[in-house]
Structure formats: C-alpha cells, structure tokens
Write a protein that binds this ligand. Structure first.
Ligand SMILES: [Zn+2]
Length: 125
C-alpha cells in the first residue's frame, strides 16, 4: 500500500477514534483503569425525576444507551485494532484469508479487518 494512502487512512482512523470516544462520553463515562488498558465506558443511568413515567423513560433510555454503547465500543475496538496493525505493518491484510483488503473498501471503512469476500461469507452464515 502506498505510504500516502496509509497515512490518510491512519488519519481517518484517528479522527474516528476521537469521534467515537466523544459519542461514548455523551451517553456514559469512561472507566478509569490502568494506563494502557483497553478503554471501557459505562452507560450512565439517566435521572429525569421520580414519577412512574419518569422512571419508565429512564429505563427505556438506559437500555437504548447500553446498546449504543456496545456498538460504539465495538467500533472503537476495530479502530484500535487497525491502528495497531498500521503500527506493526500488517494493516490492509484480511484477517481470515491473508489476502490484501480492497483499497476501495478501506477508503470507505478504514477499520475493516477482512476483505469483501470473507466479510460476505461471514455475514451469510
Ligand atoms: Zn479475506
């Protein structure tokens, strides 16, 4: 992969990481763990009031936040995995078949860890 493209994908991944962390910060708080540990967020339980309706909305929103949090954390892990691969020079290789991942695919979704045909094979299962 040419260096310039790799740099631009790396930049995209870093931007994506910042935006995902910001979104996570808006629905929960980051757990303070050891330095260098995996970033972990916990969705906050909202507090709208003490009436029965308030409590019902709180529970519904909390459930929604939890699923959003899970999605975002998955994105974050994919992004971090890709950044690590860039660092050790294995970025752009499919983790299933070892073939290079299509450049067009990486441009759209730089955190992709598998090529189109492996991705399709997994999704079809
Ligand atoms: Zn593959």
């Amino acid at each position: 992969m040419d260096k310039q493209l790799l740099e631009s994908l790396k930049k995209k991944l870093e931007d994506r990481k910042i935006s995902v962390i910001e979104q996570l910060g808006s629905i929960g708080h980051q757990e303070t763990g050891e330095v260098g540990a995996e970033i972990n967020f916990n969705a906050d339980f909202p507090d709208y009031g003490d009436s029965a309706e308030d409590n019902a909305v709180e529970v519904a929103d909390y459930a929604k936040n939890l699923s959003v949090e899970r999605e975002l954390e998955k994105d974050l892990r994919d992004v971090e995995k890709s950044l690590k691969k860039i660092a050790d020079g294995t970025y752009g290789t499919c983790s299933h078949c070892g073939e290079p991942i299509e450049i067009e695919r990486l441009k759209i979704r730089p955190e992709s860890g598998s090529c189109v045909s492996c991705k399709n094979a997994i999704t079809r299962k």
